[in-house]
Design a protein around this ligand. Structure first.
Ligand code: ADP
Ligand code: ASP
Ligand code: MG
Length: 412
């Protein structure tokens, strides 16, 4: 008998029939003698619909109220799944994040988990119940409802797996695992049998939607064993684990795309120590994540500083940046939301050379201009025009011959 955490994403519970199918799958695991903790996302597009609803009543809804609204999506799905389990004669109980003691900070809409007091889950498991937890949400110490950022049910699942010391955390989704690229964009993308925490963290951080980036930070830190797999088939998916030597043989294991990027440029920034620190401290104090930063060479004592943020943060970052630009006596602040970021990722980059050159050549061959570049030990990212993004992903997938990796597997 093992303790297993299973997370089902929105597409896996998109309608009542799918909820019942998930219930059957959970019931099978329970009947095999395992203890099961299930984390569910909101049904289908519920979260998007709730966001749209909010935008219809208020241009800039207070984030506290946004969390009150968004958290309801997962509350619906966890209750429905518990009912479906009862329909199958399996004892199950649903809980909100708050009820199972998922304590977060106060950063509404992007809260971080600080603590989980899993006693209530343990008690229900001891009574042989299946425990169903609403994903994506928690509660502050002063009892305010929070949500964990888009895709945050992954984080709920990983954090619970860690807190409960689960044998495995299974992430059920609408594809059969982690592919060499988004199968929606690259039809001959291959399913990877295994991938390292570092690679999945970089892929997720650069736009690969299948796992939320913050959930991967937690998974990596605590080495939570993960299995990404399809809720529509029994096939083995992708195991995410610590790096093993064999993984290094492949220079690039995936290509990712982030379409919702925006570039901000502060023009004519005085070129003296402390100015960049002031600008980026203000932005970080506003809880906005900056991705790439490029500072041009100064010729006249002034320089242009460009950086990218998620498009969702653009309006907020412009407000903060305009204020701080005036404060440091810089010039105009301009922005461009017609950009995208393509990245290639692979632990093998540590031991293979020439990957950046190969990436730039592949993009050049397709006349794709590179506007910004950033690198980490195992990732190279380029900012390009958004309307060339799909072409870029396909050409990079071809150039690095990723269709020769892993197994081909049809998307569900
Ligand atoms: P869920 O609703 O189950 O959380 P998501 O929509 O968040 O699912 O993530 C699954 C989607 O991620 C897939 O439908 C797929 O199109 C997309 N995706 C992007 N890149 C990849 C990749 N490299 N491997 C697998 N899926 C990917
Ligand atoms: N329902 C939330 C979202 O759509 C959380 C999740 O699905 O993981 O972002
Ligand atoms: Mg998701």
């Amino acid at each position: 008998m093992a303790l297993i955490v299973q997370k089902y994403g929105g597409s896996s519970v998109a309608d009542p029939e799918r909820v019942k199918r998930v219930a059957q799958r959970v019931a099978r695991t329970r009947r095999a003698g395992h203890q099961v903790v299930v984390v569910v996302s909101a049904l289908g597009d519920t979260t998007d619909n709730l966001l749209e609803l909010a935008s219809k009543v208020c241009r800039r809804p207070p984030e506290r109220e946004m969390d009150m609204l968004l958290a309801t999506g997962e509350q619906v799905s966890c209750a429905l799944l518990a009912m479906a389990m009862h329909g199958l004669g399996v004892k199950a109980i649903s809980f909100t994040g708050a009820q199972v003691g998922i304590v977060t900070d106060r950063a509404h809409t992007r809260a971080r988990i600080q603590d989980i007091s899993a006693q209530r889950i343990q008690a229900a498991l001891a009574r042989k119940w299946v425990v169903i937890v609403a994903g994506f949400q928690g509660m502050t110490r002063d009892h305010e409802i929070t949500t964990l950022g888009r895709g945050g049910s992954d984080l709920t699942a990983v954090a619970l797996a860690k807190a409960l010391n689960a044998r495995i955390c299974e992430i059920y989704t609408d594809v059969e695992g982690v592919y060499t690229a988004d199968p929606r964009i690259v039809p001959n993308a291959r399913k990877l049998p295994a991938i390292s925490y570092d690679e999945m963290l970089e892929l997720a951080g650069s736009g690969t939607q299948v796992m939320q980036a913050r959930s991967m930070e937690v998974a990596k830190r605590y080495e939570v064993p993960l299995h990404i797999r399809s809720s529509f088939s029994r096939a083995t998916g992708t195991i995410i684990s610590k790096e093993v030597k064999a993984m290094e043989q492949v220079a690039v294991s995936g290509v990712s795309l982030q379409k919702d990027e925006a570039k901000v440029t502060v023009c004519d920034v005085p070129d003296r120590p402390g100015v960049a620190a002031t600008i980026f401290t203000r932005i970080s104090d506003a809880n906005i994540n900056v991705d790439m930063i490029v500072q041009n060479v100064s010729r006249t004592g002034f320089t242009d500083v460009s950086f990218t943020v998620s498009r969702a943060d653009l309006a907020r970052v412009l407000r903060v940046t305009r204020r701080v630009a005036a404060e440091v006596k810089a010039g105009r602040v301009i922005h461009d939301d017609g950009v995208a970021k393509v990245s290639v990722v692979g632990v093998g980059m540590r031991s293979h050379s020439g990957i950046a050159a190969k990436m730039f050549q592949a993009l050049a061959k397709e006349s794709i201009n590179i506007e910004m570049i950033s690198t980490s030990e195992i990732k190279i990212s380029c900012i390009i025009r958004k309307d060339q993004a799909v072409k870029a992903v396909r050409t990079l997938h071809d150039s690095f011959e990723l269709e020769k990796l892993g197994k081909s597997s049809a998307r569900k």
